[in-house]
Ligand binder design. Structure first.
Ligand code: ZN
Length: 265
């Protein structure tokens, strides 16, 4: 078998590839062993996923939503005890919400003496650099394509041998070209709750699909906690996606067309 990224023989590879990182609540979207070779798998974890997961925006998101990494730890963030003590905030996955705060000694004295007691957590942070997000989307897009075609005869060979996927593969593998824009917008609130088919109240962490436009462009569209990110698989240009949105009254491909909710909702 060959790796869908480097195209080298992957017969000896042992690890499964998480399409969305485990540290973003993914236990289901997984490619079987050998679809991505161990070398590419490790490289992506360090050079494509980690820069995104460690960005302030994702660290804060994972803290606020209590999303643990694969070792079960939620990232720590800095808060502020007014008027100005920086404190390190920790929280735990298990049990009721408990946040432990590491306080500098003088803040502790001030709180005990009643001078200071308001804790604030930053609500907004800068989004991660566009280049980091685009490269991550490129990796996820190729893997999602492989996931779709995995069970079709010749499906994986098509993903590997189709040269029109080589530029976005290169973006995932080596980060070139540097400028490959993606489209980003919020389609629902981070804490939005949906009713699933059993009527349970659920939060959607990640969802993705492909959009084939009338102009023959193929887009990969991913939503993370309601932040919709779209990338053109064919080349560094999102004008076709903007045009599609304008024509579709701003609907998300994840919630329109074949993905439209049943009428009456
Ligand atoms: Zn590889």
């Amino acid at each position: 078998m060959r790796c869908i990224f480097c195209k080298a023989d992957s017969s000896d590879s042992q690890s499964v590839e998480h399409i969305i990182p485990e540290s973003l609540w993914n236990t289901e979207q997984i490619l079987p062993r050998r679809v991505v070779c161990d070398k590419c798998n490790n490289y992506f974890a360090r050079n494509v996923e980690k820069p995104l997961l460690d960005s302030p925006a994702l660290t804060h998101l994972r803290f606020h939503e209590a999303v643990p990494n694969k070792r079960g730890r939620i990232p720590e963030i800095d808060g502020l005890i007014l008027p100005g003590h920086v404190v390190r905030m920790r929280r735990h996955v298990e049990g009721p919400f408990v946040a432990s705060v590491a306080l500098p000694p003088q803040a502790f004295d001030e709180i005990l003496s009643g001078k200071s007691s308001t804790l604030v957590l930053p609500a907004e942070t800068e989004p991660p650099a566009a280049q980091i997000v685009s490269r991550f989307l490129a990796k996820v897009a190729i893997e999602a394509l492989a996931q779709r075609l995995l069970n079709f005869p010749g499906g994986l060979d098509y993903v590997i041998d189709e040269v029109c996927f080589d530029p976005i593969r290169k973006l995932a593998r080596v980060g070139q070209p540097k400028a490959w824009p993606h489209h980003s917008r919020r389609i629902y609130d981070i804490n939005h709750r949906w009713n699933d088919e059993r009527g349970d109240n659920v939060q959607v962490v990640h969802e993705y699909d492909f959009l084939y436009t009338e102009l023959g462009e193929l887009y990969f569209v991913l939503a993370l906690y309601g932040l919709e990110l779209a990338i053109n698989i064919g080349g560094p240009d999102v004008d076709g996606y903007r045009a599609w949105l304008a024509k579709s009254d701003g609907a998300s491909p994840l919630y329109s067309g074949k993905n439209a909710p049943p009428s009456g909702e």
